[in-house]
Design a protein around this ligand. Sequence first.
Ligand code: FES
Ligand SMILES: [Fe+2]
Length: 401
Amino acid sequence: MDVRSVLVADARRMLERLASGSITRAPKVTSRPSSIYTDADQFEREKEHLFRRVPLLLAASCELRNPGDCKVMDVVGVPLLIVRGKDGVVRTFLNACTHRGARLMRECGNAARLTCPYHAWSFRLDGSLLSIAARESFGEIDRDAAGLVSFPTTERAGLVWAIIDPAAEPDFDAFLSGFDQLLAQFGFDTWHHFKSRSLPGANWKLAFDAHLEFYHLPVLHRETFGSGMSNLAEYFYLGPHQRLGLLTKADHVLEQDDIAGLADMPESEWPLASLLFGEWIVFPNVSINCFYKGGRGVILSQVWPGQTVGESETVQIFLHENPPDEEHLADATAMSDFLGKVVGTEDLPMSREQQSVLSSGLLREVRFGRNEGGVQHFHEWVDRFADSPKDLPMAQVMQRP
Ligand code: FES
Ligand SMILES: [Fe+2]
């Protein structure tokens, strides 16, 4: 893939659309039964056929910059431990001691070895068993069989993906469809983790739908983004993934209006940062949004299914190209607080309201407009995974019409 020419073509289309003041519309208005957000069986199928099957974007590389850095998180009920080894390789393990199942690590940090808080078995950073406490009294075991349960993991574009199925035969290329090559242009491998926070929401798809359209921006977010914000998204699809360009000529709260600024410049000089500006959706549950306040940065949002069909957790991870120095720190903090407020006090409360309405069972269906093509695209791909046999090879799932 000639990455720059893809990005230039995207920007060219955005400029044309900006000039005409219209977007490329989806072929038709579609609908879905409301039960996709409330049905417990559907939710179980999504966890099993989607979240425990496809590569999930779990972390930014800079959250685990040094050997021994680790991150703990629970994904669809599976406790995970992500660790950068002494060899620099990032691995994902079940966060479970192989003695009797204690959680090995309780919080993120840096460790030379992984020592269990229950009886002090310890493991190397590559997951192999290092020592059994009081081995002479415990007895002998097959050490090779007592290493940590590990999950297929890859680090690309400065981001970490893993498949929450130890037996998976990973086909990361088929799933990522080249989207990782586009994301690699950000150079996230040298960026910095600024801060993270977690926010509760309703059904994970209700919470994530709000990342997939700009239709609601000047309405739901009139107090924060302002009622003058554009509501037009131009969509670009690559496999199940997508990118949204905001069509606006006005200066907006994200502090830089990159696409409009390209109009007077020869294409060969279009800066990479401008070509990348906008929102990037990594299927099934991650959005990456660019901003400039406090220095060039992105908010990487992960929307994780919660314990029940009506619950989710949105994790906001703020990454900056350069660590905010004294001059930028107040702005970087203000930007992160602002985006916490937008999502935490506007988007997610709306998702909970929708959840309670839809749970009445009396609204038969919901509709996605021709200006919400990305939402349509997302639900088509969720269905494609949820409805296909779990053992169907990834390449075949991706190719199905
Ligand atoms: S459960 Fe970990 S050492 Fe016993
Ligand atoms: Fe929103």
